[in-house]
Design a protein around this ligand. Structure first.
Ligand code: PLP
Length: 447
């Protein structure tokens, strides 16, 4: 058994000064149980905890690290910049360079602004949409996560009316804001059309994750985004693509490029900071102009476009733009998918694996069908995942501590890493599901 005494001691100490001992909830492992681990260092595909245990990392900082940990080019760029000043309160050439790269990568966008988190990016994009349209309703999808701003965490007013469920909920948001959000089931075209019929002239924007990555991994059905685009056009609403996870993950630029969708505003985060805190909102000049000085929308930030992040982001994007980079990631994704699929077949595990590029998700339910909505996601066996997560840790694999996160592959993973992960995953699932019958028998208990 791996020892976790130092992590345990640190968390005991941490809990005295931080609620749950964490600064972001999932780090407490509250969704999987067991002892949360404290990180000590990381390099490439591996992360080492304070007890000296080494894990192959499939969390990758919730997808922020597509190059793996401490990639040389990024480390050097950050070190160089740190010695020249951490933050100036002034604009920099590095910021223009990163902006040029991102704008050039994605035809749908003409201008961009940098902030420090995905939360700020989506919050500001929604503010622009409300200002531009003079309307206040935001339409989002069940199982989506768009950061923790009040506007996007508000509990949709039509909850319960249509059976769709929101992800997470919180107190402390003005009741009036709850009436300004509508919820639709992901991939449910009929419900979407009905919501537009009923509220179309009051909808400021539709926000969507092009691939849903905050409820495991759920792909859009063919035509889903095109329908959103059409409805937004017909009713005068803006279409916001939240690409905080998908941006630069499958190819160089927003996934709107390969999906053939032309959103009005696009939000980025995670990958584009090279591992440093970042968010960005971007789009057509006519919308982005709202934040120009003296115009209608205000946004600022002491650390916005800070030089350390800009240095890291530029260095990372330079690596991503090398020929063959995404081809290799695609091969790794395909390799992992094939390995998991064949392991599941060999062990007669009736689970489905979904994958696009280097992003994957296993549906923990007895079905060969891919999940399409948050309703499907909630039919999974969360108890089996908890046990699997703990066993995978013991075997040296760090999975995201939630069934509602995808598996993140990075450029640092080797084929061996992927094969051994697939092997351990299938073995663990089999261990905790044998003895069950297809007719709904109870899961075997962990001894
Ligand atoms: C992570 C995430 C955000 C929020 O980004 P933070 O940097 O954590 O504030 C927004 N949207 C999506 C789709 C995300 O996955």
């Amino acid at each position: 058994m791996k020892s976790h005494t130092k992590s345990t001691d640190l968390f005991r100490r941490g809990r005295a000064v931080l609620p749950d001992g964490v600064s972001s909830p999932m780090r407490s492992f509250s969704q999987v149980g067991g002892t949360p681990i404290c990180a000590a260092s990381a390099k490439g595909a591996t992360i080492t905890d304070v007890d000296g245990n080494v894990y192959i990392d499939f969390l990758n900082a919730f997808g922020a690290l597509i190059l793996g940990h401490a990639r040389e080019e990024v480390v050097e760029a950050v070190a160089r910049q740190a010695s020249m000043g951490m933050v100036y309160g002034l604009s920099t050439a590095l910021e223009y360079e990163l902006a040029e790269k991102i704008v050039a990568s994605t035809p749908s966008i003409e201008k961009i602004r940098f902030v420090c988190s995905g939360t700020e990016a989506v919050m500001t994009a929604a503010r622009i949409a409300r200002s531009h349209t003079g309307r206040s309703l935001l339409l989002k999808f069940g199982g989506a996560y768009h950061g923790h701003s009040d506007a996007l965490l508000a509990s949709p007013s039509n909850l319960g009316a249509n059976g769709a469920r929101t992800k997470g909920s919180t107190q402390g948001i003005a009741e009036s804001l709850n009436r300004e959000v509508l919820l639709c089931e992901y991939n449910d075209e009929e419900q979407l059309a009905a919501l537009f019929s009923a509220h179309g002239d009051r909808i400021a924007a539709v926000l969507v994750e092009p691939f849903a990555t905050n409820m495991g991994f759920v792909k859009p059905q063919p035509g889903f985004h095109r329908l959103i685009r059409e409805l937004c056009d017909r009713h005068g609403a803006l279409f916001i693509f939240d690409e905080v996870v998908t941006g630069f993950r499958f190819h160089f630029g927003g996934v709107c490029n390969s999906l053939g969708i032309d959103p009005d505003l696009v939000t980025f985060g995670k990958i584009i900071g090279g591992g440093a805190p970042i968010g960005a909102y971007a789009g057509k000049t006519q919308f982005m102009q709202h934040v120009a000085v003296g115009k209608k929308v205000f946004q600022s930030g002491t650390f916005a476009a800070n030089p350390l992040t800009m240095a890291a982001g530029n260095a990372a994007l330079d690596v991503l733009s090398r020929p063959g980079f995404y081809g290799e990631l695609e091969e790794k994704g395909a390799w992992l998918e094939a390995a998991i699929t064949s392991q599941f077949a060999a062990r007669r595990i009736p689970y489905h694996v979904s994958r696009h590029g280097a992003l994957a998700g296993v549906a923990f339910r007895d079905s060969r069908e891919p999940m399409k909505s948050y309703r499907d996601v909630k039919t999974q066996d969360y108890e089996v995942f908890k046990k699997v997560h703990a066993r995978m840790l013991e075997r040296g694999f760090l999975m995201p501590p939630s069934l509602e996160e995808p598996i993140f592959i990075s450029a640092a993973h080797s084929r061996d890493d992927l094969t051994s992960f697939a092997d351990a995953l299938a073995e663990s699932i089999q261990l905790f599901t044998t003895g069950r019958t297809a007719l709904g028998g109870r899961p075997a208990t962990l001894s």
